[in-house]
Design a protein around this ligand. Structure first.
Ligand SMILES: Nc1ncnc2c1ncn2[C@@H]1O[C@H](COP(=O)(O)OP(=O)(O)OP(=O)(O)O)[C@@H](O)[C@H]1O
Length: 245
């Protein structure tokens, strides 16, 4: 496994309030890395620092060995933001084609990539509709298909499973697993423990601190509990105690 993303000792404040405290992480090939924590914990801020959309106050971020932002590196990343960035007046198909061209998908690959990515999120039947007529869940699914369109080496997905029903969620996780097995790297944020259980490596985030990290099974063992929710609660408590001393 090779390191694809490194975040080293990153601190970030907004309006003099510290949002990230000494965050460290490594995302590697063949791996799904999950950032889990409640709303406001700082997950999106970490993602934005990785994508070069925010700059750390201290510390460093590299993606494929390069400091971000870097336009060439961005071409190698499939990014799904928390807010859907779609063209509402275009159809789903036109959106997919637009982003495929932006990311340099070869013409002879275009149909295959569109069929494949729309299939993953069950949108094939709705591609002719304008996005303005899509539900919120359909928009999330289209955003996910777009993030996969150029077969990126790194996928960065901010809350991809919000608004997605359990059956489709299973299908998406199976595809993400295949993607990682193919040697790619995936970073995903979630506040849902079922999603966290699908990851190879987890960072539990609370109030901008990484309170613990490890594989789901190792974390359950380490904290001597049988689910990740309990790990989060126990890790949060021990972290709070440490903070007080
Ligand atoms: N540009 C900004 N200016 C000021 N405060 C910000 C900015 N971006 C984020 N914050 C604050 O940083 C904190 C962490 O936000 P962030 O979006 O990273 O959390 P999150 O874990 O992704 O939450 P959610 O699951 O709700 O998306 C919040 O208190 C938020 O209000």
């Amino acid at each position: 496994m090779d390191a694809v993303v490194t975040v080293s000792h990153v601190n970030k404040s907004f309006n003099h309030k510290r949002i990230l405290h000494d965050v460290n992480l490594t995302a590697s090939t063949h791996e799904i890395l999950g950032l889990i924590g409640p709303s406001g914990a700082g997950k999106t801020t970490i993602i934005k620092n990785i994508m070069g959309m925010e700059e750390p106050d201290d510390g460093a971020v590299t993606v494929f060995g390069q400091p971000m932002p870097n336009r060439k590196v961005l071409q190698r990343i499939g990014f799904m933001a928390q807010e859907d960035a779609l063209y509402n007046n275009l159809t789903g198909l036109e959106n997919l084609k637009f982003f495929a061209q932006l990311f340099g998908v070869q013409k002879d690959q275009l149909k295959n990539r569109i069929d494949y990515t729309a299939g993953i999120v069950n949108l094939n039947q709705d591609l002719g509709k304008r996005v303005s007529n899509y539900s919120g869940g359909m928009k999330r699914r289209l955003s996910l298909a777009i993030s996969l369109i150029q077969d990126p080496e790194l996928l960065v997905l901010d809350e991809p499973t919000v608004g997605i029903d359990p059956e489709l969620r299973r299908q998406i996780w199976d595809e993400l697993r295949k993607y990682a097995e193919d040697g790619k790297s995936i970073i995903i944020t979630t506040h849902v423990m079922e999603d966290a259980a699908e990851c190879d490596e987890l960072l539990m985030i609370r109030e901008g601190h990484v309170i613990t990290h490890g594989s789901p099974s190792n974390l359950e063992q380490q904290f001597n509990v049988d689910n990740l929710e309990q790990v989060f609660l126990k890790a949060g408590k021990s972290n709070a105690n440490t903070d007080n001393h």
